[in-house]
Ligand binder design. Structure first.
Ligand code: MN
Ligand code: MN
Length: 313
């Protein structure tokens, strides 16, 4: 049997090392199918800070998650060897240097045949991860669940921030543009045409408003039907959820997804050739109940449950 989470019946849930889902630690990705990695940084964020504390808090709240999905039958730890690699040693005084460090970390990590599951951190982390992923796998399809498209060109003259990630990724050829799905977009823009350009690139934009009061099963089915051949990356920005559900985040936007909508969407992606995923923008200082980190941890479990190779009971 591969690594198992420590059971809450063997060691109290509030005890232990604080790894994601109480999995064992590992020094390298050798022999792993899935590596959980924290990236504790917030210097790419434009409004509220605090996501530097995201990995620790998401791991903490993940202690309550049990191995089997009772609604789906998912048994991710029956088949996949999973462990927690700890945190990337970013430079907390320098965003650009941190981006370099993250790229090098993932270049090294991806020498192993492993799926990285990364916990941010602000959304900037996805750019260096995608650079490393594309070096290994080629351009990826993308399921990007977010209130924001994150396609600004510059912010204060900076070209690599949490709001510019997917423009850079597009320009650098890291994405198969027609296989990019941005879901949950809403709010106000710098211009009224903020969404026009990504549509011209071929991105598929699904506004939150199109999903209000509806199941997301249909959009998941549409993604499954239209996704082209090749690897897929999933990036989950917690601010995709309504701030009444997930207030602990840096740039909240009202009118967002519900938790069942997020679960339906993710569960509907089972069968995609996913090569990596991240959960970003959980900001514990704004998360007074811990609910945002708890929700993020459970969403990450759901993404784990649709990775290739997961068995169902
Ligand atoms: Mn984002
Ligand atoms: Mn966002």
């Amino acid at each position: 049997m591969p690594n198992q989470p420590v059971s809450g019946n063997d060691l109290a849930r509030f005890a232990g090392q604080g790894n994601f889902m109480r999995l064992p630690s590992a020094e390298t990705a050798e022999g792993l199918d899935v590596a959980f990695v924290g990236i504790p940084m917030d210097h790419g964020a434009s409004w509220r800070s605090g996501t530097r504390f995201g990995p620790a808090q998401v791991r903490h709240e993940s202690a309550m998650i049990r191995p089997y999905g009772l609604q789906t039958g998912a048994a991710p730890f029956d088949a996949l060897q999973c462990a927690d690699l700890g945190d990337v040693p970013i430079n907390t005084f320098n965003l650009r240097d941190s981006i370099r460090i993250i790229t090098e970390y993932y270049d090294e990590l991806l020498k192993h045949d492993v799926i990285p599951m990364s916990i941010g951190g602000d959304h900037t982390i996805t750019l260096p991860i995608l650079r490393a992923i594309a070096k290994k796998h080629g351009p990826v399809g993308l399921v990007h669940i977010d209130a924001h498209a994150d396609v600004n060109d510059e912010m204060f003259g900076e070209r690599e921030t949490h709001g510019t990630v997917f423009r850079r990724a597009y320009e650098e050829g890291l994405l198969r543009a027609s296989d990019v799905w941005q879901i949950g977009l809403r709010g106000t823009g710098y211009t009224a045409e903020d969404f026009d350009e990504p549509r011209e690139w071929g991105f598929n934009l699904i506004l939150a408003q199109e999903l209000w009061h509806k199941s997301t099963n249909a959009i998941a089915a549409q993604i499954m039907a239209k996704m082209g051949a090749g690897p897929v990356y999933i990036t989950y920005d917690i601010d995709s959820l309504d701030p009444s559900i997930a207030p602990g985040t840096g740039t909240p936007e009202i009118g967002g997804l519900t938790t069942p909508q997020a679960l339906e969407l993710i569960r509907g992606l089972r069968g995609l050739p996913i090569v990596g995923a991240d959960l970003v923008e959980v900001s514990p200082p704004y998360d007074q109940s811990g609910n945002t980190a708890l929700t993020g941890a459970n969403i990450f479990y759901e993404i784990l449950s649709v990775l290739p190779g997961v068995t169902y009971r």
